[in-house]
Design a protein around this ligand. Sequence first.
Ligand SMILES: NC(=O)c1ccc[n+]([C@@H]2O[C@H](COP(=O)([O-])OP(=O)(O)OC[C@H]3O[C@@H](n4cnc5c(N)ncnc54)[C@H](OP(=O)(O)O)[C@@H]3O)[C@@H](O)[C@H]2O)c1
Length: 65
Amino acid sequence: MGVLQGIAKETGKTMAQVALNWCISKPNVIAIPKSDRMERVIENCQASGWRLSSNQMEALNEAFQ
Ligand SMILES: NC(=O)c1ccc[n+]([C@@H]2O[C@H](COP(=O)([O-])OP(=O)(O)OC[C@H]3O[C@@H](n4cnc5c(N)ncnc54)[C@H](OP(=O)(O)O)[C@@H]3O)[C@@H](O)[C@H]2O)c1
């Protein structure tokens, strides 16, 4: 299982939500997710308002340098 998939399972979020949350947790980084599918727009909106743990952030930083 990949890092992103593992953290998605741990947090009960989708891989897209974990990836977006990781991006926007970084200073001076924004994300502009675009989707033609309403369910994905809603999914992407729910990528904020919660925090990954420091261990999860470190694992993602390592995996996606
Ligand atoms: N990239 C830039 O440099 C730039 C600059 C200025 C403005 N923008 C604006 O920023 C927005 C995004 O641009 P982009 O170039 O990043 O868009 P993009 O690559 O053309 O589209 C985003 C892709 O991500 C997929 N996606 C979105 N949410 C997902 C999810 N939850 N799970 C899986 N796949 C998902 C979409 O698929 P589906 O549609 O099938 O869901 C689509 O294929 C656009 O509105 C664009 O106009 C971008």
